[in-house]
Design a binder for this molecule. Structure first.
Ligand code: BES
Ligand code: MN
Ligand code: ZN
Length: 510
């Protein structure tokens, strides 16, 4: 989709649709919406008076202008209460308005920059929010629908692709700020969509080799260091925990490493992003039940978010060194698969009793975290669809965050406030550590039914060896069950935007 910023008169511009907005409780709209209302002889204020337009968030009202003004249609998008307004509301409203138009076959529109007026956003922030929300919300994963065969999946959707969005702003100086913001929004959204694609792709396509090739493309396109380790190299390096998982699959495993040098003179100024990249999780010998197993193609969402975050970071260029790692393998029950009861030794020498081969994410991450420490990274964030217990605990509204460093955990949460991705901290009380005590090894990989997300985090903690560390369990937030705001059904791309924002904030010392 093309996104332009233009200094046009919105009442005169010839366009199939114009999107304006309204806060709830406003009786006489001002600003851009007021100008359109006046040009339509009070049609909007009349609908407000009648109670048909309330300005509630998510409310969309379509007016046909019948040649009275330039735009053929006007969509009035409710922004909700002015006190609750922020950039995330602007992202959601932009997205929903454009999806609404696309459903009606309208694939070109002019919009005002939601929030740049009384909403209190800077023109740049508003431009970014509109572009980011629009691109994220219009995303569809439809590459496996053969065209024109009548099997177009979602029947409520128009088939057209949204072609062009113009953000209108009267003041030329503000228009330039909106343009800068929109460019940033595009950088962030396009990378997030690459993460969504990786997660939505079936596992026969998005295998570890394909993930590595995607990362290689990102590295070449945006100028990042790129490297992979194969099974033999990982074995040689003593990554027994990772290899234990990988050995059940015929697909070659990959440990993917992307590097960004934003502060080469200060190696201590670093951030490591470590993603779980299980491209399909059958459970291994501890086989999962058949119902819903297809969703385990998305068990590499943490890794996908790391690759996407690196793509954003490469373009925003914060002053910090960032390394992204993805521990990519399938978890299959092949003839060489590991067995329950096996004991594996990770790269740092610690041993793990494999009680349940379905608790594989923590095993591959254990060795990736060791490698991150060996490479001198002192600030680590791992991202993983780690536990079903996370979905039980927090559902799909927010990501669970655990760790050993209050400042880093808080940094993630605060970055999430900026991106609209929600995080909630779970406790790491010493009492929980007992859950993974093993009779035969240093620890066991399953803590049983109690506090499953926390006991998983305690295993990871054994491999961060003195680094500041935060663990993000995205089992619930990596996919959405329905279209809502700028999310669509399927992969969300979370938390790529927050990881990039964290890097930017750390670089700025905030
Ligand atoms: N990939 C799963 C966790 C998961 C479940 C993610 C549902 C998204 C949705 C993980 O590898 C797993 O199987 N975890 C087990 C751990 C248990 C065996 C200790 C689980 O949560 O049941
Ligand atoms: Mn599993
Ligand atoms: Zn898994």
């Amino acid at each position: 989709m093309k996104i332009n910023v233009a200094t046009t008169d919105i009442t005169a511009v010839a366009t199939p649709a114009l999107v304006v907005n309204l806060f709830s409780g406003v009786k006489a709209p001002g600003g851009a919406t007021g100008a359109v209302d006046a040009a339509l002889d009070g049609a909007i204020s009349r609908l407000i008076e009648d109670g048909e337009i309330k300005g509630k968030q998510g409310e969309l009202t379509l007016l046909h202008t019948m040649g009275k003004i330039g735009p053929a249609r006007v969509v009035v998008a409710g922004l909700g209460k002015q006190d609750d307004f922020d950039a995330d509301v602007a992202r959601r409203v932009s997205s929903e308005a454009l999806r609404y138009l696309r459903q009606r076959g309208v694939c070109q529109a002019v919009t005002i920059a939601h929030g740049a007026g009384v909403g209190g956003l800077s023109p740049e922030a508003a431009g970014r929010a509109v572009a980011e929300g629009s691109l994220l919300g219009l995303y569809r994963f439809d590459r496996y629908h053969s065209k024109n065969n009548g099997a177009s999946g979602d029947s409520e959707e128009g088939d057209g692709e949204f072609a062009e969005l113009t953000i209108a702003e009267r003041d030329a100086a503000r228009a330039q700020a909106i343009r800068d913001g929109a460019a940033q929004g595009r950088i962030v959204a396009e990378a997030t969509l690459i993460a969504r694609n990786m997660v939505n792709e079936p596992a026969n396509v998005m295998n570890p080799t394909a993930m590595a090739e995607t990362a290689r493309w990102v590295a070449q396109e945006y100028g990042l260091g790129f490297e992979t380790l194969d099974n033999a190299q990982m074995k040689e390096m003593g990554m027994g925990a990772f290899i234990g998982v990988a050995q059940g699959s015929d697909e070659p495993a990959k440990l993917i490493i992307l590097t960004y040098e934003g502060d080469p003179d200060n190696p201590g100024n670093n951030l490591g992003l470590i993603g779980k990249g299980i491209t399909f999780d059958t459970g291994g010998i501890s086989l999962k039940p058949a119902g819903g197993m297809e969703s385990m193609k998305g068990d590499m969402a943490g890794g996908a978010s790391v690759i996407a975050a690196m793509q954003i970071i490469a373009q925003l260029r914060p002053r910090i060194n960032v390394t992204g790692m993805v521990a990519a393998t399938e978890n299959m029950p092949g003839g060489s698969a590991q067995r329950p009861g096996d004991v594996v030794r990770a790269m740092n020498g610690k041993t793990i009793e494999v009680i349940n081969t379905d608790a594989e994410g923590r095993l591959v991450l254990a060795d990736a975290l060791c490698l991150a420490r060996q490479r001198g990274l002192t600030r680590l964030v791992d991202i993983a669809t780690l536990t079903g217990a996370m979905v039980t605990t927090l559902g799909k509204a927010c990501t669970g965050v655990m760790g050993n460093d209050a400042a880093l955990i808080d940094g993630v949460i605060q970055a999430g406030h900026q991106t609209g991705e929600k995080f909630w901290e779970l406790p790491m009380f010493d009492e929980y550590k007992e859950l993974i005590r093993s009779d035969v090894a240093d620890m066991k990989n399953s803590g049983g039914r109690q506090a499953g997300s926390i006991s998983a985090a305690f295993l990871l903690k054994e491999f961060v060896e003195g680094a500041a560390w935060a663990h993000l369990d995205i089992a619930g937030t990596s996919t959405s069950e329905k279209a809502s705001g700028y999310l669509v059904k399927g992969a969300t791309g979370a938390p790529a935007r927050t990881l990039a924002q964290l890097a930017v904030n750390l670089a700025n010392g905030s």
